[in-house]
Design a binder for this molecule. Structure first.
Ligand SMILES: Nc1ncnc2c1ncn2[C@@H]1O[C@H](COP(=O)(O)OP(=O)(O)OP(=O)(O)O)[C@@H](O)[C@H]1O
Ligand SMILES: [Mg+2]
Length: 506
């Protein structure tokens, strides 16, 4: 298979970090190439150099046997490289259709955008991916998973020779993942080179031909994926012996907690037009309750309604028997409710502030007395979480915006854990987090539950949901359709409950 895009001896440094160190990489036509490595290993940086976001310090880029240097991502795109970046870079306020056709809108004779044609074609492009949404709606009204599908539709609807996907499945449900794989196979069969970044290792075996492993900015392996089992893959990623990592891939939940008998959280009959209908959730101290369901089934909305981020039309939320004001995040926080939101970029991370400031942000009121902040208490908390979650940064004072995607997620998780809440709502807590740190996060959730924390867990990772939850509530179209408890919580039972679900609308 012919080489289409390659780079030799690529080095890229940022102040204080060598993100890429003499890396060789080649993408071939008709091949799906997995790019893996721990959070901060350099995957996104490599992609950004290949696509003209960053200029390399040293290293030559070859595209179709010609030496090139893309000055901007647009140049790379025009040359035939279509990219879905890790940070969804669409325009939230614009319609779905506009986002799909950004920069190449169909135009009429007078040069005006032909909206009818654009809407029709956008509809078709999405329908081919099994997504039915009103393409005139602003993109931000869709869930993160559906936004990822829009990004995918955009990337594959241009004529490209190389399609690059940086963690395209992080928010997708099993069914959407299969749709995506269908698309990837179609691209491969057409002779397109696909570069695929993901932390979900099982997926790689399903769809990739070749794998390249990065560790601390260095290339540690490249070759056919079929020759490498999962254990070896993980050991290459982490730089540890196979024996040491034998356990690493498994979830780190113990699964059975001994919760109190009285619920600490009672959410009764939450109803919100078009989103939730009489959803009730009770969680006892020490209990982990999972929320299952497809994209758009109302899981995130339920968490947001409990945490005051959305105002339900009716229904009640109570902590330890005391009703709190709904639709008010401060009231929920005061009562001891913490929400790690799904859309971290829009709802949490402050890229210009340091790691320390981002972690301490929410806990500040608790750590201040008479207007004075207890700096050493903050140092201690920040230090603990940076170590526990293995946050890779040059130090607590590095700006969060400069961290890799996975490490930004860890910082946000640390923020909500540092608040010491009574009820912790986690919407996709391990999304984008590498396999080593993921086990650590799961262990942490487990320990917190054992210490009496009540946890609501939303995860599109089936294994995580099943292993981690004492109970799973299954939602469909904003309604509770099933509740599984203890030994009933199995993959089979969950799949069966979810399978009764109709097509997701968003
Ligand atoms: N703009 C930047 N300024 C400073 N440092 C950066 C910048 N971008 C990346 N880095 C650093 O480069 C290293 C590699 O980051 P990169 O985003 O490529 O990791 P990654 O492999 O994509 O990780 P993840 O799985 O978390 O997405 C990290 O140490 C990161 O902090
Ligand atoms: Mg990345």
């Amino acid at each position: 298979m012919p080489d289409v895009l390659s780079v030799a001896s690529l080095t890229k440094t940022f102040p204080g970090v060598r993100a890429l160190d003499a890396v060789d990489f080649t993408a071939r036509s008709g091949e799906v190439h997995a790019l893996i490595g721990e959070n901060g290993a350099g995957k996104s940086t490599l992609i950004k150099v290949l696509t003209g976001v960053y200029a390399p310090d040293t290293g030559n880029l070859t595209f179709n046997n010609r030496q090139v240097a893309f000055a901007t991502p647009l140049e790379a795109q025009h040359a035939g490289i279509s990219t879905i970046y890790q940070e969804v870079n669409l325009v939230p306020l614009m319609s779905v259709a506009r986002n799909l056709f950004l920069g190449r809108e169909p135009r009429g004779r007078l040069g005006l955008i032909d909206f009818r044609r654009m809407h029709r074609e956008a509809n078709e492009a999405l329908r081919r991916l099994g997504i039915t949404v009103d393409v005139r709606r602003p993109l931000r009204e869709l869930g993160v998973g559906t936004q990822q599908m829009v990004a995918l539709a955009r990337a594959v609807s241009v004529d490209a020779q190389v399609v690059i996907m940086d963690e395209p499945t992080s928010s997708l449900e099993p069914r959407e993942v299969q749709t995506l794989f269908g698309v990837i196979r179609m691209l491969r069969d057409r002779g397109i080179a696909v570069i695929y970044v993901s932390h979900r290792l099982e997926e790689l075996y399903e769809v990739c031909d070749t794998v390249t492993v990065l560790r601390d900015g260095k290339l540690v392996h490249t070759g056919p994926i079929a020759k490498l089992d999962r254990l070896h893959l993980v050991s290459l990623m982490l730089g540890r012996e196979v024996g040491e990592v034998r356990e690493e891939g498994a979830t780190k939940f113990s699964g059975d907690h001994a919760p109190d008998t009285r619920p600490i959280l009672q959410a009764d009959n939450l109803t919100m037009r078009h989103h939730l209908h009489d959803v009730s959730v009770e969680i006892r101290p020490g209990e982990v309750v999972g929320l299952g369901g497809l994209l758009g089934s109302g899981r995130s909305e339920t968490a947001k309604a409990i945490a005051g981020a959305l105002a339900p039309d009716s229904g009640r939320v109570a902590i330890a028997g005391e009703t709190i004001r709904t639709g008010s995040p401060p009231a929920a926080i005061r009562a001891g409710i913490s929400l790690l939101p799904e859309d971290r970029k829009a709802e949490g991370i402050v890229p210009g502030l340091s790691v320390r400031e981002n972690i301490a942000l929410a806990a500040l009121p608790r750590l201040s007395r008479f207007g004075l902040v207890d700096e050493s208490a903050i140092d201690a908390i920040v230090d603990t979480f940076m170590k526990r979650l293995r946050i890779k940064a040059s130090g607590p004072h590095q700006k969060v915006g400069e961290l890799s995607g996975g490490n930004q997620q860890k910082v946000l998780l640390a923020r909500w854990l540092a608040m010491n809440p009574k009820v912790l709502l986690l919407d996709e807590p391990t999304r984008g987090i590498d396999i080593g740190a993921k086990a650590e996060v799961q262990k942490l959730i487990d320990e917190l539950a054992n210490d009496g924390l009540a946890v609501l867990l939303i995860s599109s990772d089936m294994e995580e949901l099943i292993e981690g939850s004492d109970r799973v509530i299954v939602l469909k179209d904003g309604t509770v359709i099933e509740e599984l408890t203890g030994p009933q919580v199995t993959e089979d039972a969950l799949m069966r409950a979810i399978a009764t679900t109709g097509s997701p609308s968003d």
